[in-house]
Ligand binder design. Structure first.
Ligand SMILES: Nc1nc2c(ncn2[C@@H]2O[C@H](COP(=O)(O)OP(=O)(O)OP(=O)(O)O)[C@@H](O)[C@H]2O)c(=O)[nH]1
Ligand SMILES: [Mg+2]
Length: 214
């Protein structure tokens, strides 16, 4: 499934999800894909909470020639993402990939912060055309709760299902699709830059019902 581009530059894609699911890694992988396709990319270090989060994103940015916009640790993530959009707009950059700090969907103050990030990201040039909820394939029923809360805060447009290279099959995405209408758009199959594929429903269903008889 193609990720939506904004009619006016820059296109802004926001990444949300609980801790450690693979948000930053997915941005790194997508940065590679986009730059390989000839698009220019700004990565916005909206995770100001975890020490070294911006460095982690910066490493990915260096690898694919994306620009990194970061702020002070403990700073306002909305302001950093706003600055990143402004910088992308000034330089004519095509896509802003905006990272956010992992957070529990049950913490209402953190979900409010994320709602603000989404609003502010849309205030400058361009527009937010994808809000991608990153979900670890090992997540069970809790994934539906995560999807509900994150979409309430930010209007999630799609799921990135990560760590599907392990033994987990990620069947919760069916419930997320049927109850909330949110489709899976991308699948993570490893830690490397090339380990990201578009979601293929047929392949996914086959793998889900494959009892591993080989
Ligand atoms: N096997 C596998 N590992 C992955 C995949 N995606 C991410 N990881 C690993 O999962 C760990 C967490 O990834 P991050 O990208 O840092 O996750 P995050 O959501 O940004 O984490 P926080 O910012 O702390 O919330 C790292 O060790 C990644 O290499 C995947 O598709 N498969
Ligand atoms: Mg991260």
């Amino acid at each position: 499934m193609e990720l939506a581009r904004s009619p006016e530059s820059p296109t802004i894609w926001l990444f949300v999800g609980v801790n450690g699911v693979g948000k930053t890694t997915t941005i790194g992988k997508l940065g590679r894909r986009l730059t390989d396709e000839g698009s220019s990319v700004v990565m916005a270090a909206g995770d100001t909470f975890r020490a070294a989060a911006a460095e982690q994103l910066g490493t990915w940015a260096d690898r694919c020639g994306a620009q990194l916009v970061r702020g002070a640790e403990g700073g306002d993530p909305s302001a950093i993402i706003f600055d990143a959009v402004a910088s992308a707009s000034a330089k004519g950059t095509d896509v802003v990939l905006a990272d956010t700090a992992g957070r529990l969907h049950t913490k209402s103050n953190l979900m409010d912060e994320l709602a603000k990030v989404r609003r502010v990201a849309d205030k400058g040039a361009g527009s937010v055309t994808e809000v991608l909820l990153v979900l670890d394939a090992t997540t069970g029923q809790n994934g539906l709760q995560q999807a509900r809360q994150f979409t309430e805060a930010t209007d999630v447009t799609g799921v990135v299902l990560t760590k599907l290279d392990g033994s987990a099959k990620g069947g919760i995405v069916f419930a997320i699709r049927s109850e909330l209408g949110i489709p899976v758009k991308l699948v993570g199959l490893g830690e490397g830059a090339a380990d990201l594929v578009d979601f293929d429903a047929d392949e996914f269903v086959e793998a889900l019902f494959d009892s591993g008889s080989d």
